[in-house]
Design a protein around this ligand. Sequence first.
Ligand SMILES: Cc1cc2nc3c(=O)[nH]c(=O)nc-3n(C[C@H](O)[C@H](O)[C@H](O)COP(=O)(O)OP(=O)(O)OC[C@H]3O[C@@H](n4cnc5c(N)ncnc54)[C@H](O)[C@@H]3O)c2cc1C
Length: 585
Amino acid sequence: MNIIKTDVLIIGAGGAGLRAAIAIAELDPSIQVALISKVYPMRSHTVAAEGGAAGVAREDDSFENHFNDTVTGGDWMSDQDAVEFFVHEAPKELTQMEHWGCPWSRKPDGHIAVRPFGGMKVERTWYAADKTGFHMLHTLFQTSLKFPSIQRFDEYYSTDLIVVDGCCRGATAIEMRSGQMHTFSARAVIIATGGAGRIFPFTTNGAIKTGDGMAMAYRAGVALKDMEFIQYHPTGLPGTGILITEGSRGEGGLLVNKDGYRYLQDYDLGPPDPSPRNKAMELGPRDRLSQAFWHEQKKGRTIKTPHGDVVHLDLRHLGEKKINERLPMVRELATAYVGVDPVYEPIPVRPVIHYTMGGIDTDINAATSIDGLFAAGECACVSINGANRLGSNSLTEILVFGARAGQSAVQILAADSPQVDEAAIHEQANAAKARIADLFLASGGGETVSGLRREMNDTMESGAGIYRTDASLRESSAVIKDIRRRFADIELQDKSNVYNTDLIQVLELGAMIDVAQALIISALERKESRGSHQRLDFTERDDKSYLRHSLASFVKGGDPEISYRDVTITRSQPGERVYGGGEQK
Ligand SMILES: Cc1cc2nc3c(=O)[nH]c(=O)nc-3n(C[C@H](O)[C@H](O)[C@H](O)COP(=O)(O)OP(=O)(O)OC[C@H]3O[C@@H](n4cnc5c(N)ncnc54)[C@H](O)[C@@H]3O)c2cc1C
């Protein structure tokens, strides 16, 4: 097998991976960095972010405000030392982006413009028009090109980590163009592979967000933390899950059920928010709006479509002029993807999975429990987002903790002996290769990727969706176990080597099954309701028993083992969660 030797291997070239690579190259240009990505870097999901990135910018704002909003929004599950570090680093990182050329939108006087975002009580979301993620990713990508020490391996799919004597020593990856398997031998590895929204049927997440890195770390022995917390956004398009921005409701859009009735008036949308932005029902918090949809569905007041039940987002009263001026993208998306022109017809919408709060367990230095292995970005849980992420914190998180992961990797190189056990690396790489070869040999099982993936998606939605119960989670757990058993019988339809997307999809499904199981069992064991985790059988938040992070550890052939770790509280004691309104992305 081809061996590529490097100092630091970074798996994932989205915002977090690129930021980590730049941090290493800036600190020490003699350190070789191999940056691998299953897609061309500019196709990473970061590119899809529209709304913005949070960081204190205004004189009437403070680190304390940003800290309090984040901790409150996370329903006190965030580690407060990590949040403290995050809010202080945020403006530095966003300013650094400016210096690298990120075209932040500005006020007429030349100052950086900031916009309101849900749960942020002061305007602190930096943006670049409505293409913030695109501009940030472009800036990072272009900057990374300046450093010869960063070597890119685009369209390489990483399959397994290599861990020797408790130290991470690299990973294996398939070069998708040729089908060849490579061994990356490294002295430190950073995982930056993004979220796992694709385990659910309806999601705003790109098709590549299949939790690969989470599963790799999990199988190698790192716990997945707080996996039960996954965020729904109330207005996605049926079928594709494409996001219809909260801005459409901000501009006056109304949510109505099948009778044309503004059903939100029947629901308690949480404690009152003093912000004038949150007076309207449609601008209630994301999780509560998604929950109201669930109740309407149970009452039979939603609209049936081939892509599941929907409600209507009605913008017609805004008129064509305002829609074109303020919501051109919404008009474009609705017309292109559901064939509805919002000037004349209401848009069908439904809650869709948006963000994975949980992930690879890391400490404040982005370090995992395996020496030499780090993780950052949406695949990691550091944790600043707690039980519910505030919109616009994650684009900043990928910068702050991407940089931190890079710095930590540099530190460990200095302390580490460059001698590595080559024989042990070979042995593990060969085992990974054999696993892939077996997939090519298997025949006659008859199970297909699309069939198993659909069953997994359906059971996640029905059993571990907006509301959960002991019975629904047990049912989903049984279905996932059955899917895992049948996964062994999966048959590759395509046996060729060149761009074998069939093979990649099988590997992605394997990762998703692991992540789905960790999510279900973590949710089953958390017998309370907090943030995005809502149980119909345990409706209250229970700080006495559950102000703790859940840690799911992989058990081959069985359910994960769940243990707990106390949340780090420095200065904000748990209180009542008061939401903000406005736009979240
Ligand atoms: C539609 C949408 C809008 C959003 N808007 C906002 C917003 O306005 N503000 C905000 O703060 N957040 C927003 N978010 C969330 C935010 O964009 C993401 O959390 C963040 O960009 C994730 O960045 P990342 O670097 O962790 O991962 P990604 O950008 O997802 O990158 C993951 C990388 O890992 C690589 N990879 C994955 N698996 C493998 C593998 N097996 N082998 C090799 N490479 C692999 C991929 O190729 C990719 O390069 C939005 C999310 C979505 C979906």
